[in-house]
Design a protein around this ligand. Structure first.
Ligand SMILES: [Zn+2]
Length: 335
């Protein structure tokens, strides 16, 4: 058994496991896409080196992680989600910009890792940073061409790769929004962040709120299955990895809870969770040809389940202060 990837602790316990087939089913409906589903199952077994993956949790820092701790690569994402969509606005964007305003960003350099189509960068371009001071990293080829069209310096290679060697201490600010939870070799990531940062530079990271993830799983909503997310970061886990790399965890906040978006996500995900079960009504409806009729059938089936979500919603209302979507941190280079 390996140590905790965040703090190095030895005391970890298994939460649950998934087979390659179960994991595949949670990303791709086998009735709708039988070939892609089979291919994904085969790929996952290859990625893990066995037909099963565990999810464990560290007793010391609370970090939850896939074991084996391997990230999905381009092949996984092409099979699991061939057409990713990127949200244009997120709480963590606004929260980071709020921080930028206090920091005074004129003449500084920023790099967004996992920039997508550059929606975050659009918000700061020509206002807080000059276009020529803006850098972006993304794997997706379509994203790269959009980023370049916008005039940003765009790279498609891994942050840890040799292409970033010449950029020692090149950046005042590094952003990674909803990216770090997908990554393995997290020590290499942190070593590289420190390497790329200028003295007094800052990193802003947002990941899914672990409390919300566990809440959804406990209440029969979707299980957060690897290898999409392979790390469930906590404040303590960020604190531990920062200490080990000589960085300072300066701020850690949870997104405020929004009832409407929570109810929407819960209704959709608890429905999808049921739809993963072979032979369920949900699976049947999801497998129907895409049409107006399917959309109506989906909505009706989801609504029919809503009374069964009441206990989960009551519990959510009671614990709402901790159930926002994202966990956001600011990390500073102190030397
Ligand atoms: Zn730990």
């Amino acid at each position: 058994m390996s140590n905790c990837p965040a703090c190095g602790g030895h005391s970890t316990a298994k939460l649950f496991d998934v087979t390659a087939d179960q994991a595949s089913r949670s990303f791709v409906n086998p009735r709708q896409y039988p070939d892609r589903s089979k291919e994904l199952t085969r790929h996952l077994a290859l990625l893990w080196g066995c037909s099963r993956c565990d999810v464990r949790r560290c007793a010391d820092c609370g970090f939850g992680f896939a074991e084996p701790f391997v990230a999905g690569g381009p092949e996984f994402y092409n099979l699991a989600a061939p057409h990713p969509s990127y949200p244009t606005m997120k709480w963590e964007y606004a929260r980071t910009i709020e921080e930028f305003r206090v920091m005074k960003t004129a003449g500084r350099t920023v790099i967004d890792v996992g920039a997508g189509f550059g929606y975050f960068l659009d918000l700061v371009n020509n206002k807080l940073f000059r276009t020529s001071d803006i850098y972006a990293v993304d794997y997706n080829e379509q994203a790269i061409s959009v980023l370049k069209l916008k005039g940003f310096n765009a790279y498609s290679s891994d942050l840890r790769s040799d292409s970033f060697e010449p950029m020692k201490e090149a950046f005042d600010i590094i952003c990674m929004f909803q990216v770090f939870e997908h990554m393995d070799r997290v020590d290499e990531v942190f070593a590289r962040l420190k390497y790329l940062l200028k003295a007094q530079g800052s990193v802003f990271i947002a990941v899914p709120n672990d409390i919300r993830t566990y809440f959804m799983e406990r209440h029969g909503s979707l299980v957060d299955v690897p290898p999409n997310h392979i790390g469930r970061w906590t404040r303590e886990a960020f604190g531990a990895i920062c200490r080990r790399h000589g960085l300072q965890l300066t701020k850690c906040e949870r997104e405020p809870f929004k009832l409407v978006s929570f109810l929407k996500q819960d209704l959709v995900e608890s429905f999808l969770s049921r739809a993963e079960k072979p032979g369920s009504v949900g699976e049947f409806v999801r497998g129907l040809p895409r049409s107006q009729a399917q959309r109506i059938a989906l909505a009706l089936t989801a609504l029919a389940f809503s009374p069964s979500r009441l206990p989960a919603w009551t519990d959510a209302a009671r614990n709402s202060s901790t159930l926002g979507s994202a966990l956001w941190v600011r990390i500073d280079k102190i030397s």
